[in-house]
Design a protein around this ligand. Sequence first.
Ligand SMILES: [Zn+2]
Ligand SMILES: [Zn+2]
Length: 760
Amino acid sequence: MTGRRIRVQGTVQGVGFRPWVYRIARDAAVTGRVRNDSAGVTIEAFGAPAALDEFVDRLAHDAARPPAAVIDHMIEQPIAFEPAATFSIDASAVTAEAHVSIPPDLATCPACLSEIHDPADRRHRYPFTNCTACGPRFTIVRSAPYDRLATTMAAFAMCPACQREYASVDDRRFHAEPNACPVCGPRLDLRGADGRPLAAADAVTAAAQALQDGLIVALKGIGGFQLACDATSEDAVARLRARKHRDEKPFAVMVRTLADAETLADLGAPERTLLLSPERPIVLAARRAESGLAEAVAPGNPLVGVLLANSPLHDLLLEAAARPLVMTSGNVSDEPIVTGNTDALDRLRGVADLFVLHDREIVTRADDSVARVVAGRPVVLRRARGYVPRAIESPVAFEATVLACGAQLKNTFCYGRGTEAVLGPHIGDLDSVRVFRDYEAAIARLGQFLGVTPEIVAHDLHPDYLSTRYALGVNHGAVAVGVQHHHAHIASGMAEHGLRGPVLGLAFDGTGYGTDGGAWGGELLLADYAEFTRLATFRPLALPGGDMAIRQPWRTALAMIDDAFGGEAPIEGFPLFRRIAHADLDVVLRMVHRGFNTTPAHGVGRYFDAFGALLLGRPFASYEGQIAIELDGAADPAERGRYDYAIDQLPSPWQVDLRPAVRAAVFEFLGGEPAGRISARVHNTIAAVSVDLVRAGARGAGRLPVVLSGGCFQNARLAESILRGLQPEFTVHLHQRVPPGDGGLALGQAVVAAARARSL
Ligand SMILES: [Zn+2]
Ligand SMILES: [Zn+2]
């Protein structure tokens, strides 16, 4: 007989891990104990060596491991044998657990789903059913450590039946903190458009009827309110757009089953796995022509965002409504999602025709997460519900606690302590007062959960980002460290993949503030965590009117062809410019020629905007990246051709000159070549440029690992063709768990600041 201590790190708390350990220990005839502690879970196991081997093997490989549990590390050490009669789950010391992150919210598990559909079960049709493998977590916690009294379920006293489940180690609800049933748990509360209570035998049935009638229903979900309507009804979707003040940005569509999802979008195996994962993100996939969805769901967009029900309430509602539902955040334009009942009745008045409220409070808002598959692997594009606050193991140790404040748009923030980086939930664009207040509150709350006070505050170099101002203002004796935008992107990719550096990093996005005060965004960097060298960039495009050119990409298109044709832009042949008043064209041309009120921008994203506007005749963008997405969607997948370009290696940094490509594309377009083929060639050209840049960088720096980061790498076509060009000559890393866009920036800021702090 012998003993072993096994330390398990990863997502192992709040996911049913200890009861599962108990069960496999019992099956393997191993005695001892398991407990949560500050590092994760510690097991002390005693028995015959063969039994211990079997036990450890099942810990690592057992198929019945709780689906939300993720083991990052398992460290074994021999200990002296102790005669113990049984295997037990020891109470965790509060002090030890106080430093442990709160688990993320988990979608309803199959066992709970079958209970709510079983007429004989006591939880039949109960919308708040959950167990140790599923249910709300992060969004209902008020303080750490994670137990019932620290959650908004503290308001509900468990009935004897629930209490028995909670206390029984063999039950799937052993220590399921939000455990509830129709007798003792939260209840739905149906309200009319005016906020007055409505009497209905069943709130779910009434809401489903309203949806079938084309009405808009506000629904209290897991991370906040959502607005739902019939996704097959043009009228209902158009009404929702009008009331929400949202013009063309796509809506996500929720369905009940994978089979339902297959009718809407073309799904491969990785998309199916993502849809079914306990994180239940919105998955972007190619929309099927015969999807039956209203065109207004995602106008002009070849992709559709699909997600499966993530709570019993969603599942019951979809079953009763019997159709796909638009499921979008419950807010007006770009404000934070509403989380409180009173707030919902106030701020969503006039938007929703019916309110489905309930009395389980949401403490921390968490939007639905968004992911897509690129090169066969999932990439998280918006990281919120289901993923937050799961920690990312950092290759750079945080010797001092770091708070990284993130970007201005698609903001997330990040704490770093020890060897862990914890990204907060997607906050959104920091340009409204409400979003900014939400940002401050979310930073404070996550800091409190983690029990940390920042000693270093990392921020972007852009002086006008509100996150930068927050960082420089907050400063309670913390050291402020400015981190260049694209260096942060590359460092974020390095950290996610555990790279030590140096790397060759391609950072492609719309705009980021450079160390020279310029607008960068098409950069080849030679980078480690502390430092970077800007090896190459793109010849700048003039943005006439600055930021106005981002909403009106016809301006950039005009500047691009004007530059390529030496000030003689051939505007006559383009339908795009026929949609713009002559006077406006003249004004913008004069701005370009005189360099007046124009910003030179190096962003690859701006080139995609300009080509998109030109080829598709789209003068205006109603949301960021819209025209680039449409250009990608239009590209002919069979086309392999590309255009000429030059890389001028005389200046430092080198400069990519796309003027030959612009001229060739213009001649082809004017000669009647289909836009889809030109679009494909433009993409192929940027991919070829990227491969050449990396090879040129490697001639001086050696064949280093390559990191691709920045918002342009949400574009699967671009990322995949660069991968094809660089592999197997180079090892190339794309983002997976952290967004490639500005939503992942804070992680990079955190690790760069930590690395710099060491050399201070
Ligand atoms: Zn469950
Ligand atoms: Zn109960």
